[in-house]
Every structure is written in structure tokens, then in C-alpha cells.
Design a protein around this ligand. Structure first.
Ligand SMILES: [Cu+2]
Length: 369
């Protein structure tokens, strides 16, 4: 979404665009549904990609590419620019379905004073990832995925995060939560091939995040260096089916606005393959917004309402609603259950985001999910 236009200018432009497309065209686009949104987004990459005088010079960066000849050419160009061939392991598909329920609870041991110690390994790696069908993006990642792994601990645990930077650019890991100044991941920049050990106590309980904090911050976050950090209360929340949803976007032609919007890294992934739930199954979603370039993001679920725990720092819900809006860096726990079987849509309630990939379905079934 453009920031440099006023609301009135934007409305005028949209009105002009709408006037060029017939009502039948709109209806047809709607009927095409999922495939339509994917193609429309891909089309935007192609048309916008050639529209500027060149991509900003970034180390190891090419613009995002479409599969087939264009993809091969773009990858070759990237490899040529960085002076080496792209290793096969540095290009690949994400697994947004597996990501939903993947929690890294670390390597656990007990300290002499009885506290739990959790140790995690995080490696910054540059990798081309498939962010929509056939669309590859030169990401900067934690452990090879966007978002990075979901780190999980219990309030009061001592955490040691072993960070190694194998990327081309300097990076850090900045955690939200309480910690000493020298563990903040801002001033202690970790160069290529270097390591850093972050050590702090997991507190307060709640839903937090981590991300790179090297300048220009916008670039380091937009490229994919972020993840979810869950601190469970000492008395656990009631057991439920738990899902992690990280809302992000991709500026595939590096012009300062997003071409794709996703939850968990891949546009339309839960529209193409819905998330299966059971009727009356209690569900807890850890929802994090890391979207760059746009001021807000949101989640709306259809035919249902959820209990909302902003930042997850209270065990008492603050709202009962069907839509939550989050600024960049904000997060919320939402809890709900579906009364009726069937397919129910969930999406950003910014229509543009939904049309550009941030839309999915819950498929609610009787009996076993
Ligand atoms: Cu960085």
C-alpha cells in the first residue's frame, strides 16, 4: 500500500481504476477466487518489476522472480552478482502447515539452583524462498525459514540463545521482554561469520517476538528476520489446539510497498489447503504482526467470535470480538471454537491485503480433525 498518497488522491485513483473495469470483470475476478488472487499478485510483480529504473543495490539481492525462465534468469543474475552459484539448499519451499504447530522449546537442562535452562540455536542464513506459487524471494532468514522458529519457554526459565550469522549482512536478534541492555540485540551487531550468546530470564509471560535490529531496520525486517517468542505462565493456560500465525508481507520489487501479504510466509497457503479443526474444539491462536511498509494489519474470522488477550500478558480476556487490528510489532492471543461444521474464511480485514494473499479457510469437521 502506498504511503505517499493522501486518502483523497488514493480514492480518486481507485475510482479511476474501477471505472476502467466493468462490473462483470469484478464478478469474474471474484469467481476465479483463489487462483485469481495468486495470478493478480504475480502480475503485479511483473508489471511493477519493470517499472523502476533498477533495484536498490543490496548485497546478494535480486528482485523476486517468477518460476520458469524468468526465475532461472533472476537466480542466475543473483548468483552472478554475488560471485558464486546459488547452492540448492539455499532455495526452497516453506512449510506453513507444519509451522502452525511447531514450537522450539530448546535444549532443556536443570541449573544447580533448580531453575530450568533452555538453550536455542539460531543461524542467520540468506535463502530464496517460495512465497507464492512459483514466486521466489531472496530472503534473509533465521534458520532458513520465514518466519523464523517459534521459540517457547516458561516464565522464570533461564534462556541462552546461541546466534551465528552466516548471512552476507550484519544482523542481531532483538527480543521483546525484560533483559539487560547488553542483551538487547541493538548495539551488539554480529558480523558475517561471527557469533553472539544472548542470555536472559524469560519474562514477563505473554506473546512476544524477536527480530533483527540492524539499520536500516525496515530492510532487515522486511527481508524476513523475525519470529515468535512465547513465554508461558508458570501455571499453564488451559490445554487447547494451539496455532501460531505470523502476519507479514513481501516487497518483491523493493519499491517500498508490498506485493504479497501472508500469514506464516506463503500467500494463500491456507486458502489452497485449509486448516482442519473439529466442531467445538477449543483453539488458541498466537497472532503476531510483523508487517513492514503498512501501518496496520488485522485478523477477522468468519461466523464466529473470539476471546482476545492483547500481548498475552493477562489470563483474563480483554475483549470478545471477531476482528482485531494490530500495529507492527503488536501481537495477541485469540481463543475460539466453531459450533458448526463447514468451511469458514479468515483474513485481514484490509481488503487489499486479503486479495494479495492474506486469506485462508478453517475446515471444521465432525469427529476427528
Ligand atoms: Cu539484520
Amino acid at each position: 500500500m502506498r504511503r505517499d498518497r493522501t486518502g483523497a488522491e488514493r480514492l480518486a485513483a481507485e475510482t479511476r481504476d474501477a471505472a476502467r473495469v466493468s462490473r462483470r470483470g469484478f464478478l469474474r475476478a471474484g469467481a476465479l477466487g483463489l487462483i485469481g488472487t495468486g495470478l493478480a499478485a504475480a502480475g503485479r510483480v511483473l508489471t511493477r518489476g519493470g517499472g523502476r529504473g533498477g533495484v536498490p543495490a543490496l548485497v546478494g539481492a535480486g528482485s523476486a522472480s517468477i518460476s520458469g525462465t524468468a526465475a532461472a534468469a533472476a537466480t542466475a543474475a543473483t548468483a552472478a552478482a554475488s560471485g558464486d552459484a546459488e547452492p540448492a539448499s539455499r532455495r526452497g519451499a516453506l512449510d506453513p502447515h507444519g509451522f502452525l504447530t511447531s514450537f522450539d522449546t530448546g535444549r532443556v537442562s536443570t541449573l544447580p539452583d533448580g531453575r530450568t535452562l533452555r538453550e536455542y540455536e539460531i543461524v542467520a542464513v540468506d535463502r530464496e524462498i517460495e512465497i507464492a506459487r512459483g514466486v521466489y524471494y531472496p530472503a534473509w532468514t533465521y534458520n532458513g525459514t520465514v518466519p523464523g522458529p517459534t521459540l517457547r519457554a516458561t516464565e522464570g526459565d533461564l534462556l541462552r540463545i546461541h546466534f551465528r550469522n552466516e548471512g552476507a549482512m550484519p544482523h542481531t536478534v532483538h527480543f521483546h521482554g525484560f533483559h539487560p541492555a547488553n542483551m538487547d540485540g541493538v548495539l551488539e551487531v554480529v558480523g558475517r561469520g561471527k557469533e553472539f550468546l544472548y542470555e536472559f530470564t524469560a519474562e514477563p509471560f505473554g506473546l512476544h517476538l524477536y527480530h533483527c535490529h540492524v539499520m536500516p531496520l525496515r530492510m532487515h525486517i522486511e527481508r524476513g528476520l523475525y519470529g515468535t517468542f512465547i513465554v508461558d505462565p508458570k501455571t499453564p493456560r488451559p490445554p487447547m489446539r494451539e496455532l501460531v500465525m505470523v502476519m507479514n508481507g513481501y516487497d518483491t520489487d523493493f519499491d517500498g510497498e508490498n506485493e504479497f501479504y501472508t500469514v506464516n510466509g506463503v500467500a494463500n497457503c491456507y486458502a489452497e489447503k485449509p486448516i482442519r479443526l473439529r466442531v467445538n474444539e477449543p483453539v488458541r491462536v498466537y497472532l503476531v504482526n510483523v508487517l513492514e511498509h503498512d501501518l496496520v494489519n488485522s485478523l477477522h474470522i468468519h461466523a464466529n467470535f473470539f476471546h482476545l488477550y492483547r500481548t498475552g500478558t493477562s489470563l483474563t480476556p480483554g475483549d470478545f470480538t471477531d476482528t482485531v487490528m494490530l500495529c507492527q510489532g503488536e501481537r495477541a492471543i485469540v481463543e475460539f471454537a466453531y459450533r458448526h461444521p463447514g468451511k469458514f474464511m479468515f483474513h485481514a480485514h484490509q481488503s487489499e491485503f486479503a486479495e494479495l494473499g492474506w486469506m485462508g479457510f478453517f475446515e471444521v469437521v465432525e469427529g476427528e480433525a
